[in-house]
Design a protein around this ligand. Structure first.
Ligand code: CDT
Length: 308
């Protein structure tokens, strides 16, 4: 059975003025620290190379194109890919992707331990809004700058483990985990940038936002008998606070590693993927217990239809 030392590379804030080279240097430091602890799979946050730019409004969307990568790897990220290959550490991280056709996605990639990209995911559940919203305390314009991912939820066998990716807001949706669970996922990696304040509910409070983050990932892990690594970009970024709370969750839904800072911080967990097999063969043996004849709404209906 496969075991793996899994690392989560939480990242502190990235300011608008920070160069890609400076950010990649921090990622390289985290990678070296992870390797020193025996990590062979390292998870970085969503939009790991830049500030969380969707908080800024630009009337002309093209003004934001400088935050996007047109190829991956590229000159700026080459040192990270090179070191990951040399150390034999598989990595996953998020970035803004601008395709040759001019399409914009919130993307993450997965490499194998040879430093080759083996998987790509484009964020499906884009939160926020399209137009400037003066009623919010801050903007969250992902729906303005990205289109919904077009690749769906896929898994890849990587280092003997069935891995799938999701990005930030995806973690709040049970459909994310179940789509991956139905492909036998054993590790779901999720990078996130979550503001500490709800722009539409100021008194919600950080404790409740952290609780919701834990809640959804622990439930997703348990209900699909999979490990989940949810890794934050945290701290005061361009005057806006992002929450931390990175965790690694086991297939029983238990948190087995947790970050306690809002800075660059490595968390590590020794994962025995045999743990996934028990849940997948018993209470969450989908083949025996799922009743798809009663699930048609889930795949065909978006909004709730409420009886009058
Ligand atoms: N990056 C991202 O998806 N953040 C969202 C914030 C939602 S508030 C509009 C999240 O779910 O954490």
């Amino acid at each position: 059975m496969t075991t793996m030392i899994l690392g989560g590379a939480q990242m502190g804030p990235i300011q608008q003025a920070d160069s890609r080279a400076a950010v990649v240097a921090r990622m390289v430091d985290l990678l070296r620290a992870a390797h020193a602890k025996g990590v062979t799979m390292l998870v970085y946050p969503e939009l790991a190379l830049t500030t969380f730019f969707p908080r800024w409004y630009a009337e002309d969307r093209a003004e934001m194109d400088h935050w996007f990568e047109t190829e991956m790897p590229n000159g700026a990220t080459a040192p990270l890919f090179d070191l990951a290959r040399d150390l034999g550490v598989a990595i996953t991280f998020g970035y803004a992707e601008l395709t040759p056709e001019g399409r914009h996605f919130n993307t993450s990639i997965l490499t194998n331990r040879q430093g080759e990209i083996v998987g790509k995911y484009r964020k499906v559940h884009l939160p926020g809004h399209v137009e400037l919203d003066p009623d919010r305390t801050h903007q969250h314009l992902e729906k303005r700058y990205f289109e919904p991912g077009d690749l769906g939820f896929n898994v890849w066998r990587n280092g003997g483990v069935v891995m799938g990716m999701a990005i930030c807001n995806d973690r709040r949706w049970p459909e994310t985990y179940r789509e991956l669970g139905l492909q036998g996922v054993e590790l779901v990696t999720i990078g996130y940038n979550t503001p500490s304040v709800n722009s539409q509910l100021g008194d919600e409070g950080l404790a409740q936002r952290l609780f919701h983050s834990d809640l959804v990932m622990q439930a997703g892990a348990y209900q699909n008998a999979t490990f989940v690594a949810g890794i934050a970009k945290a701290g005061l970024e361009d005057g806006h606070h992002l929450m931390g709370g990175s965790i690694i969750v086991d297939p029983n839904g238990m948190v087995i590693a947790r970050a306690d800072t809002e800075d660059d911080e490595l968390i590590v967990a020794d994962c025995d993927f045999a743990l996934c097999a028990f849940g997948k063969a018993t209470v969450f043996d989908f083949a025996r217990h799922r009743r798809i004849e009663h699930y048609t709404r889930t795949g065909t209906q978006t909004a709730a239809i409420v009886p009058r």
